[in-house]
Design a protein. Sequence first.
Length: 352
Amino acid sequence: MSLYCGIAFKRKLFWCYRLLSTYVTKTRYLFELKEDDDACKKPQQTGAFYLFHGLAPLLQTSAHQYLAPQHSLFELERLLGKFGQDAQRIEDSVLIGCSEQQEAWFALDLGLDNSSSISASLPKPEMETELKGSFIELRKALFQLSAKDASLLSTAQALLRWHDAHQFCSRSGQPTKKNLAGSKRVCPSNNIIYYPQVAPVVITLVSDGTRCLLARQSSFPKGMYSALAGFCDIGESVEETVRREVAEEVGLEVESLQYCASQHWPFPNSSLMIAYHATVKPGQTEIQVNLRELETAAWFSHHEVATALKRKGPYTQQQNGTLPFWLPPKLAISHQLIKEWVEKQTSSSLPA
Ligand SMILES: NC(=O)C1=CN([C@@H]2O[C@H](COP(=O)(O)OP(=O)(O)OC[C@H]3O[C@@H](n4cnc5c(N)ncnc54)[C@H](OP(=O)(O)O)[C@@H]3O)[C@@H](O)[C@H]2O)C=CC1
Ligand SMILES: [Mg+2]
């Protein structure tokens, strides 16, 4: 190795180590805060807070994007004071992450009644005026947030919802108590520990080699198609869920499953979306739509899907009165799955 290469290699190693070390340090720090209430007290004094009202995050508008403002403890105490609330309410907040510099981030819902809190829901319009923002339903705002804010607010909403729904022990009926970070709840009468739950969901893009299968539920926005999705049943492996869901929803058998990626999805509660590519058995392409689950499903050519991926909303009606078919936005894992399929098809059609 030349002297130059040697130095360049060492530099690369140094940066790799630094990257890894920052990540590991941050991970260990968060672990400590989740495990130890005393360790979590100080970051709550110096950290930043994201505010919610009835599970809707506080957002501010900037150009075509939403921004999620952060508030300091001082600002939060002042706000609570103004509405005649005790600062103790801040203990209802949950830890949702931290910066590279270990500034902890918390989320607090000011619109939920909490059994452990001495306070009730605060008035939404007055809070919005005071905070110079609006509490907007996450489903409506998600795709107009940066990737970082979308991920943080999704985590926050899922955790706040879980705490709101698990205030009582399902065995003793007694109120459960949240640890300071909000990573668990304990029933003081029997020490049962409850951890936040995640529902595994598979999402599958089925292909017949040249086309892919996309479907619509009646609840989807007009014109939008996506890959097939479904919750895992108890006792199933992820691969079994893929096969069952495709069979249930469109009456096809799939094989050659290929993992693509995963994503936390806060709706309807807290799901872990696990994305797969799959191909239909040769000769099996006739769709039988299960109308209890789907509005419609159809095969789409590579050209149709590639064109739809490039389409940007808002979508206007075509001459025949219908909307052009469009696909979920970039932040959704279904978009990633469909984009990957289009890219694979494109590269496999190129001359070697
Ligand atoms: N991020 C992304 O790109 C995408 C995400 N998704 C998400 O995937 C999820 C699943 O897709 P979907 O096709 O609706 O699923 P399914 O095909 O499994 O159908 C939903 C049905 O499953 C029932 N169900 C079973 N277990 C659960 C559970 N743990 N939580 C909630 N409902 C359950 C519901 O019954 P009932 O409602 O009657 O109680 C509902 O009728 C949805 O939440 C959707 O938001 C879907 C497509 C793309
Ligand atoms: Mg489904």
